[in-house]
Design a binder for this molecule. Sequence first.
Ligand code: MV4
Length: 449
Amino acid sequence: MFKKILIANRGEIAVRVIRACKEMGIVSVAIYSEVDRESLHVKLADEAICVGPAAPADSYLNIPAIIAAAEVTGAEAIHPGYGFLAENDYFSEVCHANNIVFIGATPENIRLMGNKSEAKKTMKRFKVPCVPGSVGLVSSEAELEKLAPSIGFPLIIKASAGGGGKGMRVVESKTELKKAFNMAVSEAKSAFGNGDVYVEKFIEGPRHVEIQILSDRSGRAVYLGERDCSIQRRHQKLIEESPSPILDEKLRRKMGEASIRAAKGIGYQGAGTVEFLVDKHQNFYFMEMNTRIQVEHTVTEMVTTIDLVKEQIKIAATNKLDLKQSDIKLSGHAIELRINAEDHEKNFAPCPGLIKLFLPPGGIGVRVDSYIYPGYTVPPYYDSLLGKLIVWGHDRKEAIARALRALDEFVIDGVKTTIPFHVDVLQHPRFISGDFDTHFVDKYIHKIR
Ligand code: MV4
């Protein structure tokens, strides 16, 4: 096992990884930017080292400074968390070249899944269901016009270098095709420096359901159930839950087994998430694979009792997954509510500043993963996630009641947060019934200024 790990991140996920290290007897090294000296991850880690100024490019994305920090502290491995360098194939490669273990996917895994069109082709090879559409890239207006009738309208043009909702364009009819194609290509070029696009049928009113997997490079792999992430806004997830209200045992097994085929097929290493769209008829389609630990991994931890960060570290240290599918038992229902420093009455505008009061909820079935404390000032340079409230209940009804109880106890004073938003959603009849899709927030949660 590793003796020392450097955490190349900040905020709640850095705290999450440090906690796993402590429980495993591993020395933790925090990195921080000049404005993060007082941040909780710095206080909790065994050692801490400043890697540069506030701007992410100068600190949390500064590869030479991070590698140097690992070298001077003698860290044998780096955990990247999520965001920042977590899905940077070059960083993963530089770690290896410097004899540092990157706790995550291989450079090849990351590269393949970062190219959405190639990823989709690869998934088809392993019989993972995909949305009907172009086979690979569409390189001209003419090609798209020839292809469109067989796909049908509406269709969606996606940037191959995009992902997470960036660089997509829905086309309702034949007359919009040319314009949409050219706009999609030029948007993709300016956003990603790569104008490659592909096209597929547009699935209307889908659910976002993703499968958590753990895998090692010798082909051992397990799935740990699903997370329903349909409650999101502008591709920012706000609430995630497991199990999904729309899955049954049979569909769960089908989606789990498809995800395992994908993981084994590409020689996937570590924790990963296979994202699917699920339509009204319970058809599921591959969307993307995330080659990192995700924000919402906690709901899976609550229903499986498996510590996913420890499993990531064990796989990286031993090259071996020591879980079997029969070790994975799902129990009860978990819901995660993202607590962001945002003013949901002002269009979710970021709201950094001084935390005057922080009184997190407690009691049975309640978990809070956060990095703020009274007197801490949330800096404006990074994302607005302050933490996550995760609740567990025997069933969905108990989990919702517990979440509302916990939100009622939760006091954060000094900055506006998404707590009132969550109270609205959890009381909404559509949410309570489980009958919602990815348009829920825009359709039902209206905010007056
Ligand atoms: C789609 C789709 C409908 N049909 N693809 C958004 C994120 C990116 N991973 C893919 N996305 C979508 N792809 C087809 N063929 C609708 C979305 C989509 C969406 C997906 C999941 C969660 C929220 C979403 C919000 C808008 C669009």
